[in-house]
Design a protein around this ligand. Structure first.
Ligand SMILES: C[S@@+](CC[C@H](N)C(=O)[O-])C[C@H]1O[C@@H](n2cnc3c(N)ncnc32)[C@H](O)[C@@H]1O
Length: 294
C-alpha cells in the first residue's frame, strides 16, 4: 500500500491510478489508448467486476483486501511496464474474452470489426466453408471467426509452438467451436495444396530497427510476433506471393498491415488491395479477392 490515506472507492482508485500512469509515462495501445481506460480496466479486473458494469459500481466503498488487491495491480503495471493484459491474463477481442500471456501478442487487431460484422460486405456468411488464419498467436481471430461464421471450419497456423499452447487453451475455453478450429504449426501456409474461401491474417509488420525503439510495453511481446525484417514487409510479401494458390475462386485475403498500408501499396504491385474504412478506429486492413492477384 502506498503512503497516505488509502482510497475508499473504486472511482478514487481509478482517478489516482490515472494520475500515476501519466506521471510514470506509461504507454497504452494494448486494448486501451489512454490512462483513464487502462486504470478502469485494471480496477475492474482486481475487483472481478464485469467489463460492462455500470458506473455506480465504481462508488461502492472497498474492503481492506479489495483496496490492497487494486493497489497491488496498479503498482505492478507501473513497475513492470507490462501491458495490462499480461497482468490480468485476459483480453476482450470481437466481444469474447481470451486467455493471454507473454507467449502471444496482446489481441488488438481491428480485424475484430470485420468479424463482428460477419465480414460484410466482403463475404457471404452462408457460403464461407473454409478459413485459413496465418499467424494465429492466442487464436483470437481464428476462434472469433469460427463463432461468427457458423458454417466454416478454420485452420490456424503459427510457427511458434509456445503461441500454439496458448491458442489451444483458448480452443478449450470456446468448446462450442473447438470441433471447427484446428491449430497447425507451420511456416505461413499449410504444406498441402488446400484451398480456402477466406485467408485472414495479422502478420508481423514492424521493421527490425523499429522493434528496438518500441516503448517498454511492446518489448514484453514476442519478438516473433512483431519483427518483420529490414523493411517490415518480409512476411507480407511471402503471404501475398503464396495466397492466390490457396484461395478458392471467389475467395478473399484479408490482411492487417496497420500503418504499413501505404508502403504495401507502393512496394507490392502483385495485388490490388482495397483498404477498409473502419468505423471503430485503427487502420490498415487490406482486402483482395482471388481476381485482384496479378
Ligand atoms: C502480429 S501476431 C498476430 C497474433 C494474432 N493473430 C492476433 O491478431 O492477435 C503475428 C503472429 O505470427 C506468428 N508468425 C511469425 N512468423 C510466422 C511464420 N513464418 N509462420 C507462421 N506464423 C508466424 C507469430 O508467432 C505471431 O503469433
Amino acid at each position: 500500500m502506498r503512503k497516505g490515506a488509502p482510497p475508499k472507492s473504486a472511482r478514487e482508485h481509478v482517478l489516482a491510478a490515472e494520475k500515476r500512469f501519466v506521471a510514470a509515462g506509461l504507454v497504452f495501445g494494448h486494448g486501451t489508448d489512454n490512462a483513464r481506460d487502462e486504470a478502469v480496466f485494471l480496477v475492474f479486473d482486481a475487483l472481478s467486476l464485469p467489463f460492462n458494469s455500470n458506473d455506480t459500481a465504481l462508488d461502492r466503498a472497498l474492503t481492506g483486501p479489495e483496496n490492497l488487491a487494486v493497489s497491488r495491480l496498479i503498482d505492478k503495471r507501473i513497475e513492470s511496464r507490462k501491458p495490462a493484459a499480461y497482468l490480468t491474463h485476459h483480453m476482450r477481442f470481437a466481444g469474447h474474452d481470451f486467455y493471454v500471456d507473454e507467449r502471444v501478442l496482446v489481441p488488438r487487431s481491428p480485424i475484430a470489426e470485420l468479424i463482428n460484422s460477419e465480414f460484410h460486405p466482403w463475404l457471404d456468411v452462408q457460403t464461407v466453408k473454409r478459413v485459413l488464419e496465418i499467424g494465429t498467436g492466442s487464436g483470437c481471430i481464428a476462434i472469433a471467426t469460427a463463432l461468427a461464421l457458423p458454417h466454416a471450419t478454420v485452420d490456424a497456423i503459427d510457427i511458434s509452438p509456445d503461441a500454439l499452447i496458448v491458442a489451444e487453451l483458448n480452443r478449450t475455453r470456446f468448446a462450442q467451436v473447438s470441433h471447427r478450429v484446428r491449430f497447425i504449426e507451420a511456416d505461413l501456409f499449410p504444406t498441402s495444396n488446400e484451398r480456402y474461401d477466406l485467408i485472414v491474417t495479422n502478420p508481423p509488420y514492424v521493421p527490425s530497427d523499429e522493434c528496438e525503439q518500441l516503448p517498454a510495453e511492446y518489448l514484453h511481446e514476442p519478438r516473433l510476433a512483431l519483427d518483420a525484417g529490414a523493411d517490415g514487409l518480409t512476411l507480407v510479401r511471402r503471404i501475398v506471393a503464396g495466397a492466390a494458390k490457396h484461395l478458392n475462386a471467389g475467395g478473399h485475403l484479408i490482411i492487417d498491415v496497420g500503418e504499413m498500408a501505404p508502403v504495401v501499396d507502393s512496394e507490392i504491385s502483385t495485388v490490388n488491395f482495397t483498404w477498409v474504412d473502419l468505423l471503430h478506429g485503427g487502420a490498415g486492413i487490406g482486402v483482395a479477392g482471388r481476381n485482384d492477384f496479378m
